[in-house]
Ligand binder design. Sequence first.
Ligand code: IMP
Length: 205
Amino acid sequence: MDLLAATSNPHKLDELRAIFAPLGVRVLGLSEIPGGPFPEPVEDGATFEANARIKAVAYAAMTGRVCLADDSGLEVDALGGAPGVHSAYYGGTAGGRSERDARNNARLLRELDGVPAERRTARFVCCMCVADPSGGVLAESRGTYEGRIGTGPRGENGFGYDPLLILPDGRSSAELSEAEKNSMSHRGAAARLIGPRVVSLLSGG
Ligand code: IMP
């Protein structure tokens, strides 16, 4: 069974592939679908749920396929939930993915300068939405991944803010293997919730 995942983020795609593989679902990225490149819809929703829906509905219509979208980001309690839906561009829009990640992390550390460890609680949130080509929302889910923001980057794995999220066991999210991260992460949790529905939809249910 093939499932189109509406993301151009290669790290997200790798994680989604590993998470859905045990369900017998092969995840395809947008670059593997004929007819591209597909224009990016404007993600102007106020919530992760709204943005996941915008992406799933838009790419399902453009590709003519059932499509899963993942909208995710970081909520930091001491910053009133920021960067939230602005996580991807918190440090500005210029440059490639790795430059933006570095600037996002630098800004986050600046904003939390002087905030003590006990007030640095945070979580990654992932909202998934599956839509069909006629604009119908078929399934939705949400997963979270709790930790606190460290005082400097640690670890080489993962992407985005992973080097800054310190887990309850003291490791950063970037110090986990991909399989460990998927077993604990917001994306893994959201996928496990939506997985059975995806399998039923793809097998005609
Ligand atoms: P999206 O592509 O609009 O969903 O933006 C997601 C942004 O949130 C990414 O660019 C990262 O900055 C951050 N993010 C989402 N999931 C993760 C994760 O698993 N690890 C680290 N950062 C993440």
